[in-house]
Design a protein around this ligand. Structure first.
Ligand code: ZN
Length: 122
């Protein structure tokens, strides 16, 4: 019985609608629980907290603002964010913006999560 429930939950999670998965990731990002390597290391789920491309600690600042892996997606994100009159900084992207900019911020960051494949990581 227990196994069946676990299995059901697993399948349910995997099949979850992409928009719901993105919403979950943005929630985790905002609450500091996104599965970056920094957090995985803290939770003893990996040996190294370093980005496997850049060799520096992989936290949200790195993934969103710096990592070489995601340069193309980041240019798009940056362009959209600046065009909307939002400052291109981690604080703003994680929700420290005016109420009327919240929706756009979530939309653009969500697009970045999908463009980069981070939807399957974080
Ligand atoms: Zn990197």
């Amino acid at each position: 019985m227990y196994l069946e429930i676990t299995e059901y939950r697993y399948i349910n999670h995997e099949m979850k609608h992409p928009e719901k998965r993105v919403a979950d990731i943005i929630f985790r990002m905002r609450t500091g629980h996104a599965k970056t390597k920094k957090m995985l290391k803290r939770w003893n789920m990996t040996d190294s907290s370093d980005c496997n491309v850049c060799g520096v600690e992989e936290d949200l600042q790195h993934i969103i603002m710096e990592c070489k892996k995601y340069e193309t997606a980041r240019s798009r994100l940056k362009e959209q964010v600046i065009k909307s009159g939002i400052q291109f900084r981690i604080k703003e992207l994680l929700g420290k913006v005016a109420k009327n900019k919240q929706r756009e911020t979530v939309k653009y960051l969500g697009q970045y999560v999908k463009d980069t494949g981070l939807i399957d990581v974080l």
